[in-house]
Design a protein around this ligand. Structure first.
Ligand code: SAM
Length: 278
């Protein structure tokens, strides 16, 4: 019988946020895999947990996940903790989960703190539908691509950012997306927690002037669905008649229906559209 991998969420600032089940599990398992064993030692010492630890981080995750899977296959139970928050959310946990599932090992998650959800709940922005972008890619082309996609994203978007890159990221977001409401969540669950309800332009100019300190989550308003629909509906203005037809055909319309819609868009008759297309 193989053991179980327990994903244990740990506090993102306030040690009291650890759950009773996480404490019991960290005491009971045979081994704890931690992103930074020195950092996690402080947490474990605080709660009197003496379970042995091993390191599992971004730079050893592929081969170390294999070693941990071997241990689980012998029947050992393992807990995974990362520097803070929920393992597998924007940290190396994902790879271990993937390898465990591929080896038929049972994986369970003990819910607890997670910076993105904590930020969303205090943002004051719509929380019914949201998307999580984590850190924007650092590679230029990929980053541009994500910024392009965000232009059309109508859901509230949650981003992580390191303090030394915050000013640059806010300036780029502002340039790509224009004005949007934004809540900057800083030092969540800690003594100086802040939730600043601002806008992209105000935050970008503030962080041009002021150094960012602490940990940040950005919660960004989605694009207005109505404005997006209006923009889409006007796209034909830049198109020739055949392009306009193609546009609707690509959306799955029948030719007749497309020509009717084209006439409506252009304020002319279907006959004029037909003749124009000849
Ligand atoms: N697994 C973690 C989770 O569940 O949220 C996230 C790990 S990710 C590597 C670290 C990022 O989370 C930080 O750069 C910051 O953007 C965000 N973060 C973590 N703790 C935070 C806090 N107390 N306040 C604000 N943001 C935090």
């Amino acid at each position: 019988m193989s053991g179980t991998l327990y994903l244990c969420a740990t506090p993102i600032g306030n040690l009291n946020d650890i759950t009773l089940r996480t404490l019991e599990t960290l005491k009971a398992v045979d081994l704890i895999a931690a992103e930074d064993t020195r950092h996690s030692r402080i947490l474990l010492d605080h709660f009197g947990i003496t379970t042995p630890m091993t390191s599992y981080h971004e730079h050893n995750k592929y081969e170390k996940a294999g070693i941990l899977v071997e241990k689980l296959l012998t029947g050992m139970n393992l807990a995974l903790i990362t520097d803070a928050g929920t393992p597998a959310i924007s940290d190396p946990g994902e790879e271990l989960v993937r390898q465990c599932l591929a080896a038929g090992i049972s994986v369970t998650s003990l819910p607890g703190p997670c910076a993105c959800i904590t930020a969303l709940t205090i943002s004051g922005l719509p929380a019914r539908r949201f998307c999580f972008e984590a850190f924007l890619p650092s590679e230029k082309k990929e980053r541009r691509q994500v910024l392009e996609e965000l232009k059309e994203e109508t859901r509230t978007t949650i981003l992580y950012e390191a303090p030394h890159r915050l000013g640059k990221t806010l300036a780029e977001l502002c340039e790509a997306l224009g004005e949007r409401r934004l809540t900057i969540c800083r030092e969540l669950t800690k003594k100086y927690e802040e939730g600043w309800q601002t806008t992209l332009s105000e935050a970008a100019s503030f962080y041009q002037e002021n150094e960012a300190r602490g940990e940040f989550v950005l919660v960004l308003e989605g694009r207005s669905a109505q404005a997006l629909a209006e923009e889409k509906a006007r796209e034909w203005e830049q198109m020739s008649l055949p392009e306009h037809l193609e546009f609707y055909l690509n959306q799955g319309m029948e030719k007749k229906e497309a020509m009717k819609q084209m006439a409506k868009d252009r304020g002319c008759t279907k006959r004029e559209i037909y003749q124009g297309l000849l």
